[in-house]
Design a protein around this ligand. Sequence first.
Ligand SMILES: [Zn+2]
Length: 150
Amino acid sequence: MPHTLTELVAGAVPIVVEETRGYWEGTLEEKLLIQKCNTCGHFQMPWGPCCTRCLSQDLGSQQASGRATVYSFTVVRQAIHPDFSAQVPYVLADVQLEEGPIMTSNVTDIDPEGVSIGMPVRVWFDEELEDAFHVKLRLPKFRPQEMTEA
Ligand SMILES: [Zn+2]
């Protein structure tokens, strides 16, 4: 099925590329994997083709604990793409992982008005999706920490 460029780059499902394949494979096993530079030890999210600190291409990964805090967020009230129409309002957030890197995700399972900076959150993995090239993935999302301790 043909896709428009807008569908590919702005829709709700990311495209898995070679540089991020390991990350998305991790999500299928409910593992949040941080890219780790084998040369200098730098952690980075999102994954890329080289270390953003030393430019090494010798990269591995380490499983994150899944614990994070809300670093910054916004409440999206107007869908910028039809994929998001049923989801508004929703929380688009940068969360800082316990290990240091900041990643963009969603904070779910809470009234958007109840989200605050510094709030402890924990990762969960949404239902399995396929990207435009039929590669399976699950989107890591975050919910308030107290909900996951029950
Ligand atoms: Zn490095």
